[in-house]
Design a protein around this ligand. Sequence first.
Ligand SMILES: CSC[C@H]1O[C@H](OP(=O)(O)O)[C@H](O)[C@@H]1O
Ligand code: ADE
Length: 315
Amino acid sequence: MTSDKVLIGVIGGSGLYHLDNLTFVKHVNPETPWGFPSAPITIASLPSGTQVAFLARHGTGHTFSPSSVPARANIAALKSLGVRAIVAFSAVGSLREEISPGSFALPTQIIDRTKGVRPASFFEGTTVVAHAAFGDPFSMGLVRWLEERVRKVLEEEGRGVRLFTDKCIVCMEGPQFSTRAESVMYRQWGGDLINMSVLPEAKLAREAEISYALVATATDYDSWRPHSEAVTAAEVFKTLKDNADTSRHVAARILDDLHAAISVEGQGLLLEEVGSMKFSIMPRSEKQSPEDRKKLAFILPEYFAGDEGADVSHA
Ligand SMILES: CSC[C@H]1O[C@H](OP(=O)(O)O)[C@H](O)[C@@H]1O
Ligand SMILES: Nc1ncnc2[nH]cnc12
């Protein structure tokens, strides 16, 4: 059984400001309790009629720096449209020789090097406390599903773009790139890729019970190679357009199947996040304010809509 809801959200990163092969349906710009998203969200349909939601992470015309992307509004807005899985694209630096610029990767781990200046939880500043599980920061069902399909598309495309899996991405604050010493240290820590955007996006998707995976597209070797120039924005731009073209191609080929996989009722495929917050929210106390519960109902109506019925039980 398929559904005509907008179940898939695509977040485009640097260089990826639109998708291909889609018929424009409308723009929506939902106001959330955390403000407006980076840009109006494009609702568009694939040739099959399947609708998807596309959001440019840095805004139309790239106006938000990584530290000022309104990530809570972005995730909340996508959730309010009914989105259950997000495929996020990102331009990343490579910390490994074999991951050459132009390569694609699906990371499964993250090292957080953001500086605490980005609001990273929907619960921040409310009277409700929650501790989401984040040991596996990406949705492994979605990652494994993508692995097979993305590899096939890249092989069929025949341009020699390789796909790396099970990699660890470092998320730094920026906006300046890393020093050579930091870049070397991240390699020693086990980092394979580096960007400035995967956090808090992945954390917020988890809190909103949305499956989330990152398609990392390598643009440069960062600054760890002793005899090479340290990364510059100009270096990143060299690969950005080719990577964006390939990303659009990948999206055009996989989104219908992804929609179908998510829509199969009761199968549970790709829906491992649904219900995951039930045991993360601290049991209700009298001190939780009705206003905060209303705010949180925007992303988690199952737990916060209604004063009584939707409470969480740890029994
Ligand atoms: C343009 S270089 C640094 C910039 O590029 C990446 O953006 P995105 O993840 O949105 O593709 C990286 O995270 C930095 O924000
Ligand atoms: N070297 C790098 N460091 C951080 N973010 C990036 N995005 C693309 N290349 C990057």
